[in-house]
Write a protein that binds this ligand. Structure first.
Ligand SMILES: [Zn+2]
Length: 190
């Protein structure tokens, strides 16, 4: 990665709780803002007629923890999820990128279904970071609940258990989060 591969962390990826950049990995609590590579995932819900959105959950996870988590997924699930996303998620070749990249444009449609955000109520957004910067060559993206619903059947029951366990351990203790009843219906690690 070269220096020009970075830009400021957009506010939309700030922690809902602190309204500041995430500073710790959800799993290992390592400090993120110096040099660590990490992913932020946020699940959001819109209400028709209102501009405010509910944050269902949000967190940052460092790359080593995310990779460890993936190792716990069944091979079958990983292969299916990878196949599903392969053709959709690596979309923008860096040479065609704006500088800085336009976050609103990245997040105004479902990367899988191409549905415009105006027609989506439930969705998740993802982005990759290094220290206190966004990594531009891995542009942020949005996945609608409709696409997630297609991924759920690809997830084996043992992998569902891994996801549910992850939720129970790391997200459920926080009363500020409006967690869904069946957490693995929401969580997709990519
Ligand atoms: Zn970690």
């Amino acid at each position: 990665m070269i220096a020009s591969d970075f830009q400021e962390i957009p506010n939309i990826f700030y922690s809902y709780q602190t309204q500041k950049p995430f500073s710790e990995c959800l799993v290992c609590s390592c400090y993120l803002l110096d040099d660590q590579i990490y992913v932020i995932e946020k699940a959001l819900k819109k209400h028709p007629g209102y501009t405010a959105q509910d944050v269902i959950f949000d967190y940052a996870i460092c790359l080593p923890c995310a990779l460890k988590m993936r190792e716990e997924f069944s091979k079958d699930t990983l292969a299916k999820i990878n196949a599903y996303f392969l053709e959709y998620v690596v979309t923008n070749p860096p040479s065609h990128q704006e500088d800085p990249i336009n976050i609103d444009c990245c997040l105004d449609h479902c990367v899988v279904k191409k549905t415009p955000i105006s027609e989506i109520t439930d969705y998740q957004i993802y982005a990759h970071f290094k220290g206190n910067k966004l990594i531009k060559s891995l542009p942020p993206y949005l996945i609608s609940q409709a696409a997630i619903a297609e991924v759920i059947p690809l997830v084996s029951s043992e992998t569902q258990d891994v996801l549910n366990d992850f939720y129970d351990r790391h997200l459920r203790p926080d009363p500020a989060m409006l967690l869904p009843k069946h957490p693995s219906d929401q969580l997709v690690f990519i």
